[in-house]
Design a protein around this ligand. Structure first.
Ligand code: ADP
Length: 165
């Protein structure tokens, strides 16, 4: 079975990696798709996010990384993929993910959205929060060892060079 895991991944967090690791127990292949959503101003370019995903998922079997502009269901249909993988952390996430899953169902009846609940350790962790902490932290000269609990080492390196250089 193949799944599409779409998202912004700006940046990749240990929460994303946990969802991927757990989903490989159900899916043989997972296409991680960096979707360019014009309503959000990203910190990392699409190419940088594809690069960081390739680096941080290289040891997870069956994962491939791509980028796409458009609607999840349309991309999944085009690729012949029948499962969309998403993660939820909170009830607020459900308020966003459930209507999106229903809209995708309306667009492509054959496609099922599979939602995994975040592990307790990652329940509060979002790319937005990490971006905020990294931007503020590097601007005020913090000890970036704190980032180790939230992002893979390659992502920390990319945050450091993006925000310090
Ligand atoms: P999007 O902008 O599409 O929400 P994100 O990169 O923020 O993209 O998230 C991609 C998917 O991963 C979403 O389904 C999101 O809910 C899920 N996700 C993000 N962070 C976590 C986390 N810490 N634990 C579990 N799932 C997460």
């Amino acid at each position: 079975m193949i799944a599409l895991f779409p998202g912004s991944f700006d940046p990749v967090t240990l929460g994303h990696i946990d969802i991927l690791n757990r989903a490989t127990k159900t899916f043989d292949q997972i296409i991680v798709a960096v979707l360019c959503n014009s309503s959000k101003a990203p910190l990392f370019t699409i190419e940088e996010r594809v690069g960081m995903l390739k680096e941080t998922t290289k040891d997870i079997p069956g994962v491939q990384v791509e980028s796409y502009v458009g609607i999840h269901a349309e991309f999944a249909k085009k690729r012949g993929v029948r499962h969309i993988l998403r993660g939820v952390r909170t009830a607020a996430d459900c308020g966003y993910e459930i209507p999106m899953a229903q809209a995708n169902k309306q667009l492509a009846e054959d496609i099922e959205t599979i939602i995994l609940v975040s592990a307790p350790a990652y329940g509060y962790m979002s790319s937005g929060l990490i971006r905020e902490i990294a931007i503020t932290g590097y601007a005020s000269g913090f000890d970036d060892i704190v980032l180790d609990q939230w992002v893979p080492p390659a992502v920390k390196d990319m945050l450091r060079s993006k925000l310090l250089d």
